[in-house]
Design a binder for this molecule. Structure first.
Ligand code: NDP
Length: 330
């Protein structure tokens, strides 16, 4: 079987030489374990941080070993009463074709609700991030005007649509290409702009109008956070979900320069990790299944075929090559 290993740690933007495709033997199954043939693996922005040798909320990847991350696959052998051959499960041993996993570290995916890939996106960690970030962290309430950055990506596109579904007065999204901006309008965003076209602050002010914004769902950081801080209303809330503008940086960010406006406007800025929001998983899963079934929420996927192309898919995702969730199909 094959796996992708970390061959060297990237400095700045990752390059193909940081990764290695390796042949390896499938380990024997121990009692309580299952053998999973991965169908889709997830490539995610947080993995960039784990490629550095730095202490963070998740441990660094080890050199010359397989990378890991979210995956969904089919059980093809089982030594556990909990999972049987044919079950489709989500687990954390991605970046490889076959995974030997403790059955208790797998979650069943109900593929009568949606295709297996959705359990890495709208119905999985990505969807819970959007849902909990908006409703629990930013404490969105009906009537709020919301700005989402990284809005055509996996988390952002869901966050914006959930805000619409829950009664936002306006939802504004930013993204990096004209095609993505057009897609946001199709998905029901009230306004969208390309952050590369003109200063974010000018574009956000124009989109928000005199009502301003009440909630900012931040996937990007940097100048988009700075602009949002300027446009947020008194008592506005920011869900600090990600700061992808700085994941490849070797220098400290130049923005935001205006953090002190948070004092006068009595803003709340709250960072969060989806891992700390699991208590909302059941509520989220029920609601999201309903929204997908009745078409209230739609999701895009950008699918790359072949494990050997996973490093390129990861690098392309960091560069904006995806609309919706970036996935590798094996
Ligand atoms: P996306 O699907 O949004 O993919 C990443 C996108 O980021 C790209 O498509 C690109 O879109 C955009 N991007 C890249 N560089 C920049 C830049 N310099 N400025 C602005 N946009 C940029 O990924 P996810 O939906 O998986 O993740 C979105 C964010 O949410 C990330 O910051 C991630 O770290 C965070 N996250 C946080 C979690 C948590 O627990 N807190 C859990 C999951 C995700 P474009 O073409 O528009 O530039």
């Amino acid at each position: 079987t094959r796996e992708i290993q970390l061959a060297s740690r990237p400095s700045g933007r990752p390059v193909p030489e940081n990764f290695r495709l390796a042949e390896t033997a499938v380990p024997a199954l121990k009692e309580g374990q299952v053998l999973v043939r991965n169908l889709f693996i997830s490539v995610d922005p947080y993995m960039r941080g784990r490629m550095n040798d730095a202490k963070s909320y998740s441990a660094p990847f080890a050199l010359d070993e397989a990378l890991d991350g979210g995956a969904v696959g089919e059980v093809i052998a089982s030594r556990s009463d909990q999972r049987k051959v044919g079950d489709v499960v989500v687990h954390q041993l991605g970046w490889r074709e076959h995974a030997v996993v403790d059955a208790e570290r797998t979650t069943p995916a109900d593929t009568t609700l949606a295709p297996a890939s959705a359990f890495l996106g709208a119905l999985g960690m990505t969807g819970l991030t959007a849902y909990a970030g908006l409703l629990k962290v930013a404490e969105f309430k009906p009537g709020d005007a919301v700005f989402v950055s990284g809005a055509a990506g996996a988390v952002g596109s869901l966050a914006g649509q959930i805000a619409k579904a829950m009664g936002a007065s306006k939802v504004i999204g930013s993204a990096g290409t004209p095609e993505k901006v057009a897609r946001l309008l199709e998905l029901g965003f009230d306004a969208a702009f390309n952050y590369r076209d003109a200063p974010v602050l000018d574009q956000l002010k124009a989109a928000a109008g005199s009502n301003g914004i009440d909630v900012y769902f931040d996937n990007v950081g940097g100048d988009q956070l700075e602009a949002a801080l300027s446009v947020l209303n008194v008592a506005g809330r920011v869900a600090m979900c990600g700061a992808i503008a700085q994941y490849n940086s070797t220098e400290p960010p130049a923005a935001p320069r205006n953090l002190a406006v948070a004092i006068g406007k009595q803003l709340t800025l709250r960072g969060f990790l989806v891992g700390g929001q699991r208590q909302h998983a059941a509520e989220f899963a029920g609601r999201m299944a309903g929204w997908l079934a009745d078409g209230t929420v739609r999701y895009d996927e950008t699918i790359v075929d072949g494990l050997e192309n996973a490093p390129q898919a990861f690098m392309d995702m960091l560069d904006g090559g995806n609309t919706g969730k970036m996935l590798v199909r094996l």
